[in-house]
Design a protein around this ligand. Structure first.
Ligand code: FMN
Length: 164
């Protein structure tokens, strides 16, 4: 199995069609996150699926007022939750939850959906609107939908690596 084409073709999409996403599709995206690796297999994450216009509006306003987000029918809020570790290592919680979030992006690409990871918000304001406490850290709000645009590729640095 070669998943490099899907990794290479994935783009951050910021304009979506009116077509909705089904609960079954959402469940597959969450399943991809659920299977992510994590330090000591602590799986320190929670997810919120946001469909309501009111809540999507509140979130996008806090997320630097990125109005394009409202074209996406679904947001998945990806949360690191320190309770699943219980040792205060928030950096590990954030690391692991970010991996799970990337799984969502790649599964969306595989399913012919479009997504964009957003993170342009004040953490405390985002916690407040989602009624989360300080043991939770919102690693990203992922917009999900069908692409209405085809963004051109973004450049990547050439990686020069050492073999030891
Ligand atoms: C942690 C993180 C936060 C991001 N936040 C935003 C955001 O708030 N708004 C946005 O339009 N794009 C956001 N992006 C998308 C990046 O701009 C995008 O991934 C990058 O430019 C590379 O483009 P590509 O995803 O199409 O390959 C974010 C990406 C990551 C990983």
């Amino acid at each position: 199995m070669n998943i490099l084409p899907e990794i290479a073709n994935r783009r951050s999409v910021r304009k979506y069609t009116d077509k909705d996403i089904t609960d079954e599709q959402v469940a597959l995206l969450i399943e991809a996150a659920r299977l992510a690796p994590s330090g000591s297999n602590k799986q320190p994450w929670d997810f919120l699926v946001v469909r309501s216009v009111e809540m999507r509006k509140k979130i996008s306003e806090i997320d630097n007022n990125q109005t394009w987000m409202m074209t996406a029918p679904v947001f998945i809020v990806c949360i690191g939750n320190e309770r699943y570790r219980g040792d205060g290592k928030m950096e590990c919680v954030i690391r692991d939850s970010a991996i799970a979030t990337e799984h969502i992006l790649l599964q969306a690409e595989h399913m012919g959906l479009a997504a964009c990871w957003t993170g342009w918000y004040d953490q405390n304001k985002m916690r407040q609107v989602l009624e989360l406490d300080e043991l939770c850290y919102v690693v990203g709000v992922v917009t999900i939908g069908y692409a209405e645009e085809k963004p051109t590729g973004t450049p990547r640095r050439v990686i020069k690596y050492r073999t030891l």
